[in-house]
Design a binder for this molecule. Sequence first.
Ligand code: FES
Length: 144
Amino acid sequence: MLRRDFVIRLPLAAGWLSTAGLSGCVSTPYLSPITAAGDLRVPLGAIPVGGAFVRTGGAQPLFVSLDAAGDPHAVSSRCTHRGCQVEPAGERLVCPCHGSAFDRSGRVLEGPAEDPLERVPARIEGDDLVLDVAERGRDIGSGR
Ligand code: FES
């Protein structure tokens, strides 16, 4: 291979690798819940191991997951530092804006955020994860 060919092909190969890497990533799904008697319901089967976002009609979705014991967790995805949306990264929820990290139940692991993510009562009923948003309506995570 000529040096010129190598110089041309290297960036192309790097581009393919990064594209292949991205296409290999599993993005977190956004689920649309069913509303029933003031609660939001999501089929348990729709929640992957890594968790899912649930649209609530508010500014930012909730993040729901099941822990190793099968207990549900639901938190606002609105970072308590300045309001960016946190993203799952392994067992943590990480804010892309300034790096705060939370556990799946919303506790602060790393700042600059000082306050936990807003928790939403969640329970399992039959085949559904039920989110009790009745008290707050759909404004959870809006910062109000
Ligand atoms: Fe999340 Fe600043 S907004 S760390």
